[in-house]
Design a binder for this molecule. Structure first.
Ligand code: GLC
Ligand code: CA
Length: 574
């Protein structure tokens, strides 16, 4: 009798477990994973903290700030490239994938950094830049040296006897021509980015094998993940068909997800990713939801997540429509509601500053709008990627002359405008709003010289507002954007509903406020965000007068559905 009972119990548990397992498979979005529950903090090493006074941030500088990083409550650091590089594109042109850029330090520094992070329970994700290498990489030196060199097929060459190659658009080149003629072998090589960033030939199994070796090298050191830079462009149709005139206006349609890209990722997963406890994220998610799903659906064994640009490309100098932003984020959420996983972000090292683009950087609204945007990023489904300095509400650089800029893309486009007789003052205005350098000015640690970033001359100017916007001052202020960031990160960590919960848009047609609920296992949170510099009314049909306020960016959060300028509130509904 007793036995039968035990048997019965076991069977029941198994059946129940089966149901649970089945339920998880049916919705793989809500299947728990550490990388879904993580908050990722992105560090741009060149601008974070300089330790030796040469004006360039370095690994020892990051090590000296590990306690600060830990204090944010984040789980994962994504570090922009730190490999050897001639720095044509600030490290996105790698000349040796197994070494550290001299400006940044040594491999011993790297080992110490990784150890220091792990000791604090922080994981490290590294950039993997393998759509292209530097032209100073040994592979390319060999490849260009002769047509018969064993490394020739590591890159894409077009022999001049065949005539001029079919036009390809380069994102960074001063002429936007992605083929560069090399007289040494009378041939052209392909570079989607700058001429110092030749594209690798992924059709060559030796190239893929090299990349797997590089990934294993870093994974064996114990890193926790890879961010695949520009990888959606890696595979090409190497017959190089002619593209229609004007294709460059929509070049991702022709560049992204071509050829055997998915095959290469499945092979990478088999050979490397599946063998380590690492996360993987692709920059770019193709052109359609189908592309994006094909990258990240768990049963395909490619990558864990991807970040799509649509949401982060909405802000324009003339402003943007909140209805559009809501529509884009809602659409992406619903496409991934039961399968796959995405990242959530509005800023990174390729964008101008979060508060200057999506919020309001005027002194009276800067802090409050920056907190509102942080609340948004931390309450959406998907893994949030948060860019260093945004927790202080750092703003655009305020550069007025081209001499202040350092970015290859910004500078080459300026040169191009000059060459074609373009409107230079207008261009300067545009880059003041959108140049990548806006997000790359030194981190503002304190009110001392150079914002405490360096004792030397910084490689790029410090924002002149560092005396009012800096970490030291914000540490002292309970209500600073920095301390708000810590609280809202903690809120996300304490509420699985914010990670996995169902997202429902409310008051959808409200042009000024973004309102949604997140629901999981009977817990329901309501998030209300005012994107305007004036009070706005909302219509949710929910009485919040008795709801529990979990966080808000005003001392007395709204209890009647009216939101103050840039107000953000998260309620728990009964
Ligand atoms: C990615 C990087 C960007 C870089 C480009 C070329 O878009 O995020 O910073 O310039 O790839 O590597
Ligand atoms: Ca330095």
């Amino acid at each position: 009798m007793k036995r039968a009972c035990i048997l019965f119990t076991i069977t029941t548990v198994c059946i129940l477990a089966g149901v649970v397992c089945h339920a998880q498979n049916a919705n793989d979005t809500t299947g728990r994973k550490w990388w879904k529950e993580a908050v990722v903090y992105q560090i741009y090493p060149r601008s974070f903290k300089d330790n030796n006074g040469d004006g360039i941030g370095d690994l020892k500088g990051i090590i000296s700030k590990l306690d600060y990083i830990k204090s944010l409550g984040i789980d994962v650091v994504w570090l922009n490239p730190i490999y050897s590089s001639p720095n044509d594109d600030n490290g996105y042109d790698v000349s040796d994938y197994r070494n550290i850029m001299k400006d940044f330090g040594t491999m011993d520094d790297f080992d110490a950094l990784l150890k220091g992070m792990h000791a604090r329970g922080i994981k490290l994700v590294m950039d993997l830049v393998v759509n292209h290498s530097s032209d100073e990489h040994e592979w390319f030196k060999q490849s260009r040296s002769s047509r018969n060199n064993p490394y020739r097929e590591y890159y894409h060459w077009w022999n001049a006897e065949q005539g001029t190659p079919p036009y390809r658009y380069s994102l960074f080149d001063v002429n936007h021509d992605a083929w560069r003629y090399d007289s040494l072998t009378n041939a052209y090589y392909l570079h989607y980015f700058s001429r110092k960033q030749p594209d690798l030939n992924w059709e060559n199994p030796r190239v893929r094998n090299e990349v797997h070796g590089i990934m294993k090298f870093w994974a064996d050191k114990g890193i926790d993940g890879f961010r695949l830079d520009a990888f959606q462009f890696a595979a090409k149709d190497t017959t190089f068909p002619a593209f229609p005139r004007g294709f460059e206006k929509n070049f991702t349609q022709y560049y992204a997800m071509q050829g055997n890209l998915h095959g290469y990722l499945q092979e990478m997963n088999r050979e490397v990713l599946s063998k380590y406890n690492v996360m993987s994220v692709a920059e770019g998610a193709g052109n359609t939801f189908e592309d994006a799903h094909n990258l990240v659906d768990a049963n395909r064994n490619e990558l864990n997540m991807a970040y799509a640009f649509e949401g982060a490309d909405i802000a324009k100098p003339e402003g943007y429509s909140l209805l559009h932003l809501k529509q884009v984020f809602t659409k992406w959420d619903s496409a991934f509601a039961s399968k796959g996983w995405l990242s959530v972000f509005l800023a990174n090292h390729d964008q101008a500053r979060l508060v200057s683009r999506y919020g309001n950087d005027k002194p009276e609204f800067r802090a409050v709008s920056s907190k509102m945007l942080t609340t948004f990023l931390m309450t959406m489904r998907g893994t949030p990627y948060y860019y260093n300095g945004d927790e202080l509400g750092m703003t655009n650089a305020g550069f007025t002359t081209i001499d202040d800029y350092r970015d290859v893309q910004t500078l080459n486009e300026y040169q191009r405008q000059k060459n074609i007789g373009g409107d230079l003052p207008k261009y300067l205005q545009r880059i003041a709003f959108e140049s990548r350098d806006n997000g790359r000015t030194p981190f503002q640690w304190n009110g001392d010289k150079n914002a405490g970033f360096t004792t030397g001359t910084p490689w790029i100017k410090v924002n002149s507002n560092y005396k009012t916007i800096n970490a030291a001052q914000q540490e002292k202020d309970r209500n600073s954007t920095l301390n708000y960031f810590r609280r809202v990160v903690k809120l996300r960590k304490d509420n699985l509903a914010l990670v996995y919960g169902k997202y429902t848009l409310l008051d959808a047609q409200n042009p000024d406020a973004y309102i949604y609920t997140r629901e999981l296992d009977g817990k329901k949170l309501l998030i209300m965000l005012n994107f305007r510099d004036k009070p706005v009314d909302t219509q949710t049909g929910i009485d919040v007068s008795k709801a529990n306020v979990l966080i808000g960016n005003y001392e007395h959060p709204s209890k009647d559905g009216k939101l103050l300028p840039y107000e953000a509130v998260v309620y728990e509904l009964k």
